[in-house]
Design a protein around this ligand. Sequence first.
Ligand code: AMP
Length: 273
Amino acid sequence: MKIVKTIEELSQARRELNGSVGFVPTMGALHNGHLSLMQKSIAENDHTIVSVFVNPTQFLEGEDFHTYPQRTQADIKICELAGVSILFMPTVEMMYSKMEPTILAPSSKAYVLEGLARPGHFDGVLRVVLKLFNLTKPTRAYFGKKDAQQLYLLQNMVASLFVDLEIVPCEIVREDDGLALSSRNVYLSPQERKDALLLCESLKVATHAIIAGERDIAKIKTEMLQTLKPLHVEYVEILNRDFDTISTIEIGNSIILVCAKVGTTRLIDNLWI
Ligand code: AMP
């Protein structure tokens, strides 16, 4: 595996790759969720490039940009053992210049849900991912369904800016007890770790209601909110896969999204039905 730290090194290493290239962008502190994206990419492509870059433009003032968990040595080992071809670890200065065009995510889909609490977050995500696509020139790029709204906005960007690659959505990886893996789970105290299970519990409650025949979204949301009562809930939403509001469940075209604060840690989870 080549570890490259500059744009020039990456361009050189990229030129040496023949065949299809899968790309997995991450912010590091890699866990089994990230690993599953890498494994899918490795299985489906001749080569895989992983980036580890904590992107400042997607953090808001007062968020955890400066304290975001860093595990450089462990990240390198994980990528090496997985069979990654190139690990790209740039600095902020390399990725951004003082004067450059920016990209704005469509506000009707980017300033709701995650974007309501984090206005501008998705502008930063699209901006960095487009840069990374241009640098790595992948055949396919792998993103987790865990960040469902991000995935939707990236698919929209690729389609509308005619970016020549395939976005591959990947399933959410969970702990045995159901908690969705996240680099931010390390912030949780033992008690908060237990409380955090209420997010996936609420998704289970919704699933059971749907299996039992319930289709009314307002009723399902009420049941979920009941489960989530001990937490500070930011949103519970059931939308179609274009992130449009719906009033009844459309099997095969709906996403149930939940966001709650556990202590000071904001956690998200979702279920595609
Ligand atoms: P991050 O490092 O948090 O920016 O995440 C990098 C990629 O890993 C994104 O595409 C995430 O959606 C994906 N990811 C994060 N957590 C999980 C998970 N538990 N299961 C699957 N994919 C995940």
